[in-house]
Each structure stands twice: as C-alpha cells, then as structure tokens.
Unconditional design. Structure first.
Length: 254
C-alpha cells in the first residue's frame, strides 16, 4: 500500500493489494492492509472507508470476504459501521513492543499526546506482599499509586504501582511525566524487569475508568523492575483496553 485517494463523496480509497498465493486468508490480508493505513495515519480517526461493493470490485474479492475483513476491525473496535455514513475509523490502536520502556514514553514515540490522571497517591505502611515484592527493609514505607493514562484524550490504561517511599516521585511529577522518566531524574535507571502479560474482563471499576462496558476484554501486565544496583524500584499491575492497545513480541531462534 503506497497511497490513498479521496472520492467525491469523501470516502478514502486505499491503494491495497492481496496475494492469492499467500497462506494468509484474503480477509485477513485486507484487514491487515486497512489496519496498516490506520497506523500510518493514511486513515485518520473520523475518516470513511470506501464501501464494500467498491472494495470487492476493485480488489477482485467477493463481498463476503470484504465484509469479513472489515468485521475483523469492527470487532477490534477500530472501525464502526454507521447507517447513512458508511464504515468509519474510530481510533488507531496503540501497538507496543514488549520492552523495558514506560507507556508514557511509548505514547510520545508513537506521536500520541499522553495525559495522566492520578486516582490515588498514598504513602504508608506496606502490606506483607509489598514488603516481599519490593524487598523492603524494616520500617520502610511504600507509595501506593493508581493512575489512568490517556492517549489523545481517550483513556487507555489503569496503572497500579507500588514504589519504595525513599525513591517515590512527587504527585506533581507523576502527573506531568512517566514513572521511569521521574526515576531517571533521580539518577535511577531500570535495567531489568520480570513481566507477565495476560487477559481479563472489565469489572465495574475498570469499565468506568476506561469507558468500556462491563465484561469488555482487557489486557493485563504485571511488572517488577530492578535498578542497576539490583534493588527493586517498582511493582506494577496495569490494565489496558484491548480495543485500543496491543503488545508486540519479536522472537529469535536461539
């Protein structure tokens, strides 16, 4: 896909192609091409895609195949069908490489405008679980932190973190930047993390904070991060909207 054109009715016609010799089903090739255009900004939020009939004729695909490819992206929350309007782009998803980076930094790199809402900022006595996870010394306190991270004004993730009080950034710093950036300001660099990625469904609390329906699919990530001196700097449990977010992993044969 190299370019796109806008038709007289305002719909965007993409320069798409499919490979009939590929093992990938044609509807998935179509969905992948449209998704790539959304990530590249060729199909910005609010834009309209050409109708299914025009797509099927131009690409030489059956209408059921085109319909299935578009439905794939509707099910992901990336496209929406509107009566009298057509198929419209809702929101380009955030795709994140699984790496030792912060969500705030990743959103900035992806050209998004991140914003943080602090739901809870509480310093106090740690739970037995926090003492164990953070390897706290006797008498040490902990910061329990809950934030909602927004991307371009849309809620994207609810992030719960426990941080040793001795290195805890201020509430104001965390509202203005990412956790790892705040730690770097203190000379603390994270060099290693253990991470677990999973899935869940939205309960009432997460549905309200993320603007999703109760029972909607959510991605989860647990992370325990270490500094270059071997100390634990944070433990996090983050929940992401599956309709707006994905993780990407590169595998290498060893």
């Amino acid at each position: 896909m190299d370019s796109a054109a806008t038709s007289d009715n305002g719909a965007i016609t993409l320069d798409l192609s499919v490979d009939r010799d590929s093992a990938t089903p044609l509807y998935l090739q179509l969905a992948g091409g449209i998704e790539e255009a959304m990530r590249a900004g060729t199909l910005p939020p609010g834009s309209r895609l050409e109708n299914e009939l025009a797509l099927s004729k131009r690409l030489g695909l059956s209408r059921p195949t085109v319909r299935q490819g578009i439905q794939e992206l509707v099910d992901k929350g990336m496209l929406v069908r509107k009566r009298g309007v057509g198929t419209q782009v809702v929101q380009a998803p955030v795709n994140r490489q699984v790496a030792l980076t912060s969500l705030y930094d990743d959103l900035r790199t992806a050209g998004k405008s991140p914003r943080t809402e602090i739901i809870e900022y509480r310093i106090g006595r740690p739970s037995p679980e926090a003492v164990d996870r953070l390897q706290l010394r006797p008498g040490e306190q902990v910061l329990d932190l809950i934030r909602v991270r927004y991307a371009d004004g849309e809620p994207l993730a609810v992030m719960r973190n426990a941080i040793p009080e001795r290195i805890a950034p201020s509430r104001e710093a965390l509202a203005a930047s990412g956790l790892y950036a705040c730690l770097r300001e203190q000379g603390i660099t994270t060099v290693l993390a253990h991470e677990r990625i999973g899935a869940t469904v939205a309960d009432a609390e997460h549905a309200e904070l993320l603007g999703e329906e109760v029972g909607a699919a959510l991605l989860t990530m647990e992370r325990k991060s270490f500094a270059n001196d071997g100390s634990v700097v944070e433990y996090g449990y983050h929940v992401y909207r599956a309709s707006r977010y994905s993780f990407e992993v590169t595998l290498v044969d060893s």
